[in-house]
Write a protein that binds this ligand. Structure first.
Ligand code: PMP
Length: 451
């Protein structure tokens, strides 16, 4: 590429683009991406990186899939837009397909983003309880460290103080309990016992708040953005039992876990639960186009249908469920099934975890964990005290990986402000060579940073 042209693009970026918060978009070194193919992206200067972070954006089938572009193009040519106050064939077919994948009976409400989908779930839950003769049920409980979106309601459900405190007051009625963080559980307590304690904390919260005021619990099958926290199955199943007992709706946020990331089509399918609502977004289209879904159990939906005009759900979203995004989503799911990417996620994830398990012996690694093709490496200053690793130490690993051509992420909020958990989550379509590359770079970089 012409050096002057490249330079001017970076300068224009600096001068005009307000980036979302991200460790990769620091003003010193933005990656201006121009191309993507498979698991790899290319920047303006021709540098290639394996995008080992793209899984958090859910580019599950990988970059550069012509079939996806074609599906959107063909749909746009035939009929580019109609609002979901009417209907269209890709939207109908996708809803049917999602029900097949969810293996249950849901009504599908379309929006554009994960935040949207969660907002819709909150509104539906509140209205449902009103229509069901329990108008006081308005509160939602979620977990500290969870991320559920950036709009004010979804941010209120988010349990990460650093993302929230400058924007307060947020929406009232959103409460939090501690998530299971098995690595940091008290000494002498078994994982199972500790997970049951966390579920009990949730029940205590519901009871202390007066169950008749609680509308719903929202949680991811495992906390992704807050540090890859994988619960024991006893926790998730107990949470559902508690919700049922107290008439509280269980909303499962599948925005990251959905569409194969954890080795099942949906993360909650690892457990014996039937959520009242399921929200999904990015992985639905492998992030190629904006589209999200709030799947709502049919008996909940019925209260919106049965009571005439007064019970309509008063929520409109102009772009939600647009035909091009729905057509692309159908093609995306077809690719996932054809290439068995969910099965592949489980296999590749297992291999990645076996290969990187040895990092547990590294002086600054406290825990190595994962489910499917989503892996977390928790960095600490001291293995005994578990003090989170300093930002400098974590950032050094990330920048050394990047210098070797591998992009990985970090998250956590273990102690507010510490993003000390490295996240590795490449496309599910990774080749064996890609996986070997990730393993060799991560091992090398940790070896070079052992003191
Ligand atoms: N829920 C979860 C679990 C997420 O990870 C995210 C986004 N990272 C959201 C909701 C919000 O999605 P969006 O950015 O599409 O609004």
């Amino acid at each position: 590429k012409d050096a002057r042209q490249s330079q001017s693009i970076v300068e224009k970026d600096r001068e005009n683009v307000w980036h979302h918060i991200s460790q990769y978009n620091d003003k010193k070194q933005p990656v201006v991406v121009t191309e993507g193919k498979g698991a790899w992206i290319t920047d303006y200067a021709g540098n290639k990186y394996l995008d080992g972070m793209s899984g958090l954006w859910c580019v599950n089938v990988g970059y550069g899939r012509e079939e996806l572009a074609r599906a959107a193009y063909e749909q746009m040519q035939q009929m580019a837009y109609t609002s979901m106050t009417q209907s269209h064939v890709p939207g109908i077919e996708l809803a049917e397909k999602l029900n097949e994948l969810l293996d249950d009976d849901y009504m599908i409400f379309y929006s554009n983003s994960g935040s949207d989908a969660n907002e819709v779930a909150f509104k539906i839950a509140r209205q449902y309880h009103q229509q069901n003769g329990e108008p006081a049920r308005h509160k939602f409980i979620s977990r500290y460290r969870a991320y559920h979106g950036g709009s004010l309601g979804a941010l209120s459900a988010t349990g990460q103080a650093l993302r929230k405190y400058k924007y307060e007051p947020l929406t009232s009625g959103f409460l939090h309990v501690s998530p299971p963080d098995n690595y940091r559980r008290p000494a002498g307590v078994s994982v199972k016992e500790y997970n049951l304690q966390r579920a009990q904390e949730l029940e205590d919260k519901i009871v202390w708040e007066q169950a008749e005021t609680v509308a719903g619990v929202i949680m991811e099958p495992l906390i992704t953005g807050g540090g890859i926290l994988i619960p024991d199955r006893v926790y998730v199943e107990k949470v559902q039992e508690i919700c049922k007992k107290h008439g509280v709706l269980l909303i499962i946020d599948e925005v990251i876990c959905g569409f194969g990331r954890t080795g099942k089509m949906f993360g909650h399918q690892h457990f014996d639960i039937k959520p009242d609502m399921v929200t999904m977004a990015k992985g639905l289209t492998s992030a190629y186009l904006p589209l999200s879904v709030t799947a709502v159990r049919k008996d909940i939906y019925k209260t919106f249908e049965d009571n005439g005009e007064n019970s309509h759900f008063r929520h409109v979203n102009t772009f939600g469920g647009n035909p091009a995004a729905c057509a692309l989503a159908l093609k995306n799911i077809e690719i996932m099934e054809r290439e068995n990417l969910v099965g592949r996620s489980a296999v590749l994830g297992e291999r990645l975890q076996q290969e990187l398990a040895e990092l547990a012996d590294h002086p600054f690694v406290g825990d190595v964990r994962g489910l499917g093709f989503l892996m977390g490496i928790e960095m600490v200053e001291d293995k005994n005290t578990k003090k989170p690793a300093s930002p400098d130490r974590v950032n050094k690993i990330i920048s050394d990986c990047k210098a070797s051509g591998l992009i990985i992420g970090k998250n956590g909020d273990t102690v507010a402000g510490y993003n000390n958990i490295l996240a590795i989550c490449p496309p599910l379509s990774c080749t064996d060579e890609d996986l070997a590359f990730i393993i060799s770079v991560v091992k090398k970089v940790f070896k070079e940073n052992a003191s």
